[in-house]
Write a protein that binds this ligand. Structure first.
Ligand SMILES: Cc1cc2nc3c(=O)[nH]c(=O)nc-3n(C[C@H](O)[C@H](O)[C@H](O)COP(=O)(O)OP(=O)(O)OC[C@H]3O[C@@H](n4cnc5c(N)ncnc54)[C@H](O)[C@@H]3O)c2cc1C
Ligand code: FES
Length: 1252
């Protein structure tokens, strides 16, 4: 949080900001508060930290400090916020673990006023299913009465010395000198004008939200930066009878507040433009961006899809500009925007203020946008429109229409405007009908337009004009409109309120259970408070050690090529660079073998994808290493025909039905991180690393260095998320890092873009299926072929294919089921394990097949599912016997809880009454096999009891947010009959528990929990004689006595999993220990004009046996569901035609945010479920629910089907995953999308594709 004193108003302002965009020099005179500053576990935890932690809002914890600080900044300004305030404050923060519900739940406790009606309409709830066998004492997930109150008087005060220095202005320029950059902050407008005229090429940095990313991501160096934040004229506001002059330096948040304050002061007809701007400002970026980004910066940046420029231009705004040549006024019109990032302003000119005029009677302004995600996302198309009618008539006197996202800069639809005005036509359907035709011809995007999605963007220009038309008609009130046609109802982008109503949580403990026994209780994640206070240590938090170096990787820029020359000479000249490592420097094994195939650690003579690691530059700092990496020159000779798509690989052609599913980026919040420290003797190394599989990293590093494994110790404290991406990839990266170590420690932390480029993700899949079915819906036979895009190496692709094939029945008994799968090698970065390991892909094809059958037969999809579902004693297609009773119970209870039948009726009614907005719903089952590879299904533990009675537990599982340490702590507590506070888990280390299996496949607690139980039982038995001697004694006294009785207080534990197998030749086996079941209902509302949708409701019923920790398990369910929602409806990887991943950061790749959480979100744990195969009758739950996110996909498909049937289109239709807004909109086949047709060849940019 940044706090500043404003001498003019004598006020202190607080605002949240993104640290990565804040230049340190810009913070001169500001006070900065970080998460460590507001509370600590050692002194007092701040109420925000406490509530987010205790509401279970922190899993891996990597996002938690950001969440805390966004909420803290809100409370500093608004101690009693509304839910809208909270949703807005958190809109710019991402969390990949929790599904946001518990974070909002914790923050909501600060709201004083709750509207019960809203709560009823839009609730995120956790509800229970009552049980007959257990006493459900309905405890809350947390007890908010135990929370400390928020006392604003106890907050940190603004440092008085900063007030004093702000009150004494320093007119002279402030200068900061860096290694390659000079930063000058002028103290007056004169100085600014002089500087600007002397250095016209130097940027003015205000919010740094344009310049900053350019420096960081494009490597642009500005030798001089001018920071005019002390020039008061840039922040002045002046009202005139015609409008308001707003200082160009004002932040977008300040502009919004100013306009919001002005609106009530004037009659509505004067503030049309103000209100349009307020609307647009509410959706622009996030609050953190708006708090720093300036109005002038936004205009001058001239982004092609700027949200403000089309509205400012349509609204006839103008700029006051100053330079050494004097002052002038410049109109913001079609001549202002020249090209991408270019305006007509001269390089030495400075925008001082922006004039925003009042509107006149009969003048209406509209602003619309469509973006890949509802919040914190640049728009795909954005628009500002203004129309002025002759007094008392519907004849258009003047109109202006501007679009963003339809060219290299903001464009004016001049011809369309002329077509409306010159005919002196009435504003009616006929006039607009002609305008659409002109607009279609006027705003033509070539097929090769940057950004792609050409058809969609063109159709948006029409549908956004249509929305404006409806808005104008409504305002004119000349035409009686049906309520359902009004634009505010058309738009699903309208924010719906998120209110959490907290209902009881099912607790799997009986009244007889000892109150001290924590198993089955919703215990908070054991590190939640450390995570919320910023004390939790992640790999990159480890303090720099003496002489430490940093490794930056150099990756291939060619998809398939020979390396002709690797020239590192320039890199070695960069200050601080110590060495460059190549494949030749690897002392031991230069490859890693997976499934019998070798993968090079660093490319030797040939590269097979863009992003393949070629060499690494080692330097004294991260900045120097990066500069060195940029200076490495690699010459290539391209090899023929790189392969990117699966189509090119496949040889079989089956054409019954085809479905495509894109991949997914793990987007763990903590990128790949490691620190390799040489001990200094006998070639011993300590590796601090963020990995799911320390043993594999240990082994890989030892092999790479040619040393025995006993010289390498891997330490994993915690990971900031992993989701499968830190199993195999991390071992390669750690191996490469270890090569860079001589006698100094080396750290390697990937930046987000590098991580996304190098490490791959979930396999995209193309599937083709034939299906035979009866008229009553029974499926008799199905044949499915899966083709995955494996990327350039095998990694775990074959294992993923196996899992795809083993799950292709999902919940259905298809008598004749055949499948085949191929992992296709391509010239893209190798894909790898990802939560669900092929199951989320496999089931998508099965469910799509079922949906197709239902559409062909004209029967409801849920009926087809029910008809074909396993019932009674059942056998899978690989002859595994199981009882599907709990699957059916989940299904039935999900239908009941969601009131499926009455919702179906309501949805159908809604669709009949609404032309442009459709609702859709679906219910989807899952049967998910839990086990790890047969030979890897084991776990070990080491438990020490110390003389003071404290217990240290170590086991093979790693903590990545899934709460394994919390559950294991509960296990140890139960088995040793001591409170959890006596049990500590420090880290996972290969020196304490060797030869472990990865924490993956949802079996971590099953196996490690059993191993810990085993060790604890051994210890408890050893204490038995002591306990018998002194039955009333305390734990500590028993332990002390045991020590003096020479009883060992340390024990190992081991769990040998079941002997599973799969005979692929005979097509039979028992590859899983048991199944986790579930069912999920979702309902969405789709805006057919823009493709935007909102999930109105989701009900999930899952069978997780008897949960060891319901709050942790529900966290997994919600988080997995949201990750699935992202996979199937939002997250889209895009590659260039030459195989370069374009989506390399949060700006381009959208994971779900707060705005994507279903408005009503209910999770139910199936009662009366027992599982003899896992600890305390629980079940693994980490992965299964990802697939249930597809219920939102099928609900969208249902809504699209309703829209299509309105246009007379019936029967199956293709909708590939993810069902992003553009796909949903185009599939809806509205009047507008049908007008748009794209011809010509696909060019360089429009050829964006998703690795299929
Ligand atoms: C994560 C993120 C999300 C975003 N989302 C959106 C969005 O949804 N919609 C949208 O429209 N925009 C969005 N933006 C863009 C953002 O609004 C602009 O980057 C911002 O308004 C630029 O202002 P600034 O003060 O940060 O500019 P700076 O980066 O400080 O400067 C940008 C340029 O403007 C020039 N400049 C600045 N002030 C003046 C002046 N007074 N006179 C002359 N030249 C000047 C500078 O010389 C420089 O070239 C987003 C940006 C980010 C980083
Ligand atoms: S807890 Fe939010 S990213 Fe892990």
């Amino acid at each position: 949080m940044v706090s500043r004193y404003r001498p003019v108003t004598k006020t202190i302002t607080h605002y949240a900001a993104n640290a990565c965009l804040l230049p340190i020099c810009q913070l001169h005179g500001a006070a900065i508060t970080t998460v460590e500053g507001i509370g600590s576990t050692k002194t007092r935890v701040h109420p925000v930290q406490e509530r987010i932690a205790k509401a279970h809002g922190s899993q891996c914890g990597f996002c938690t400090p950001g969440m805390v600080m966004s909420m803290y900044a809100l409370l500093r300004n608004t101690p009693q916020p509304s839910m809208d305030d909270i949703a807005e404050a958190l809109a710019g923060n991402l969390c990949r673990c929790t599904g946001y519900r518990p974070i909002i739940d914790g923050c909501r406790t600060f709201c004083q006023v709750q509207s019960s009606s809203i709560q009823h309409e839009a609730a995120i709830t956790i509800s229970s299913i009552s049980s007959t066998d257990y006493c459900w004492n309905s405890p809350q997930l947390f007890d908010k009465d135990q929370f400390q109150p928020l006392d604003p008087t106890q907050e940190l005060i603004f440092p008085p010395e900063l007030i004093l220095t702000s009150q004494t202005p320093r007119p002279e320029p402030l200068t900061f000198q860096g290694e390659r950059m000079t930063w000058v902050s002028p103290g007056s407008m004169d100085q600014l004008v002089q500087l600007r005229s002397r250095h016209p090429g130097a940027p003015l940095v205000m919010g740094n939200t344009n310049i900053g990313p350019d420096i960081k991501f494009k490597g642009i160096i500005h030798p001089l930066i001018i920071s005019p934040t002390r020039v008061t004229e840039l922040f002045e506001t002046t009202q005139t009878p015609e409008g308001v002059w707003v200082g160009a330096g004002s932040s977008l948040s300040e502009v919004r507040t100013l306009l919001e304050n002005l609106v009530p002061q004037y009659p509505p007809e004067k503030t049309e433009l103000f209100r349009a701007l307020i609307k647009q400002l509410g959706n622009l970026g996030s609050q953190q961006i708006r708090n720093v980004a300036s109005l002038g910066g936004n205009i001058v940046s001239a982004y092609p899809n700027s949200d403000l420029n089309p509205v400012l231009a349509a609204g006839r705004c103008k700029l006051s500009v100053v330079s050494s040549g004097g002052k002038r006024e410049v109109p913001l019109n079609q001549d202002f925007f020249v090209n991408f990032g270019k305006t007509i302003l001269k390089p030495h000119e400075i925008v001082v203020s922006v004039f925003i005029p009042f509107t006149r009677k009969g003048e209406f302004v509209g602003a619309f946008r469509q973006a890949p995600r509802k919040e914190s996302s640049f728009a795909t198309v954005t628009t500002g429109m203004r129309v002025f009618f002759s007094e008392g008539s519907r004849v258009v006197q003047d109109i202006s229409i501007y679009y963003g996202g339809m060219g290299p800069t903001t464009v004016s639809a001049v011809k369309t405007c002329a077509a409306i005005v010159t005919r002196s036509e009435q504003w009616d359907d006929e006039t607009l009908g002609r305008a659409y035709e002109v607009l279609l011809e006027e705003l033509v995007l070539p097929p090769s337009a940057p950004g792609g999605k050409v058809e969609f963007r063109r159709s948006l220009t029409l549908s956004l004009l249509f929305k404006f038309n409806l808005e104008v008609l409504h305002k004119l009130r000349h035409m009686p409109l049906k309520a359902a046609c009004l634009p505010h109802l058309l738009s699903c982008m309208e924010k719906k309120k998120i209110i959490i109503s907290q209902t009881p949580l099912p607790q799997s403990v009986s009244q007889e259970q000892n109150s001290q026994d924590p198993v089955g209780r919703p215990i908070m994640h054991r590190s939640a408070l450390s995570q919320a206070t910023g004390e939790a240590v992640y790999c990159d938090d480890l303090p720099r050690t003496d002489g430490e170096l940093f490794l930056a990787l150099v990756t291939s820029s060619r998809a398939h090529a020979k390396i002709i020359q690797l020239d590192v000479s320039e890199a070695l000249k960069v200050p601080g660079v110590v060495d460059v490592i190549t494949a030749k420097d690897i002392p031991g094994r230069k490859v890693r073998t997976m499934c019998g195939y070798d993968e090079e650690l660093l490319a030797g003579s040939e590269v097979s994808c863009i992003g393949q690691m070629v060499c690494g530059v080692v330097a004294d700092t991260r900045a120097h290493a990066k500069r060195g990496a940029a200076a490495v020159k690699i010459s290539y000779e391209d090899l023929p025909e790189p392969i990117f798509t699966i189509e090119v690989c496949e040889t079989v052609t089956l054409t019954i039905r085809e479905h495509r599913m894109g991949g997914q980026e793990h987007f763990y919040m903590e990128t790949q991180s490691m620190l390799v420290v040489p001990v200094g003797e006998e070639r011993e190394f300590n590796i601090y690393v963020s990995t799911q599989w320390p043993a594999a990293t240990q082994e890989a590093v030892a092999q790479t260095l040619g040393i025995p494994s006993n010289r390498v110790t891997c330490h994993v404290k915690r990971m900031g998320g992993a989701f499968g991406g830190k199993v195999t990839k991390t071992s390669i990266l750690a191996s490469v890092t270890s090569v860079a170590v001589t006698n100094r420690p080396v750290r390697c932390i990937l930046e987000r873009g590098e991580d996304m480029l190098i490490t791959g993700g979930r396999h995209p899949v193309v599937g083709k299926y034939k299906v035979g079915f009866m008229n009553d819906g029974r499926i008799i036979a199905a044949d499915i072929q899966f083709y995955t895009n494996a990327g350039n190496t095998i990694d775990e692709s074959v294992l993923v294919i196996e899992k795809i094939l083993l799950h292709m029945d999902n919940a259905y008994n298809i008598p004749h089921l055949r499948g085949s799968g191929a992992a296709c090698r391509t010239n893209l970065p190798s894909n790898t394990a990802f939560r669900g390991f092929g199951v989320p892909q496999s089931l998508m094809f099965v469910e799509n097949m079922i949906t197709d059958v239902s559409m062909v037969l004209g029967l409801p999809a849920d009926k087809i599912r029910e008809i074909n579902m396993y019932r009674g004693p059942s056998v899978t297609h690989y002859k595994y016997q199981f009882n599907p009773e709990n699957l059916l119970r989940c299904w039935d209870q999900c239908k009941a809880k969601s009131t499926f039948s009455s919702r179906r009726t309501a949805v159908d009614q809604f669709n009949q009454q609404n032309q442009w907005k459709k609702r859709g719903m679906s219910i989807i089952p899952i049967k998910y096999g839990i086990a790890f590879a047969p030979s890897l299904y084991h776990a070990a533990a080491l438990v020490h009891i110390y003389k003071d009675g404290s217990v240290l537990v170590t086991h093979g599982g790693t903590e990545m947010g899934q709460g394994i340490h919390t559950k294991v702590q509960q296990v140890a507590s139960r088995e040793l009959h001591i409170p959890t506070s006596k049990v500590y888990i420090s880290e996972t280390g290969t020196n304490t528990v060797p030869n472990t299996c990865p924490s993956a496949a949802s079996f971590g607690t099953d196996a490690n929990g059993m191993a810990v139980k085993n060790a604890c039982q051994t210890l408890y038995q050893r204490l038995e004689p002591i306990r018998k001697k002194n039955p009333k004694g305390l734990w500590e006294s028993w332990v002390t006595a045991a020590f003096f009785e020479k009883i060992s207080l340390s024990a190992t534990g081991f769990h040998r999993g079941p002997d599973l197998y799969m005979d692929w030749e005979a097509m039979e086996g028992q590859p899983y220990a048991y199944f986790t079941y579930g069912a999920c209902f979702s309902e969405v509302e789709l805006d057919c004009l823009s493709g935007d949708y909102r999930t109105l409701r989701t009900d999930i019923v899952v069978d997780i046996g008897r949960s060891v920790n319901p709050s942790v398990d529900i966290g997994q369910v919600e988080g997995a569901f949201m990750q699935g929602l992202g996979l199937y409806t939002l997250e889209e990887l895009k590659f260039s035609p030459s195989g370069l991943l374009y989506t390399r950061g949060p700006s381009q790749y959208k994971i779900p945010a707060v705005c994507d959480v279903p408005l009503s979100f209910n999770v139910y744990l199936l009662p009366d479920s027992y599982n003899p195969h896992a600890i305390y009758s629980s079940k693994g739950i980490g992965e299964p629910v990802v697939f249930l996110g597809s219920s939102v996909f099928y609900a969208i498909k249902d809504a699209v089907a309703a829209a299509r049937s309105q246009s007379g289109l019936a029967g199956p239709f293709p909708l590939d995953s993810p069902a992003t807004a553009d796909k949903a909109c185009l599939a809806s086949a509205s009047h507008f999308t049908q007008k748009v047709r794209v011809g010509g060849s696909v060019g360089r940019w429009a050829g964006l594709w998703v690795g299929l």
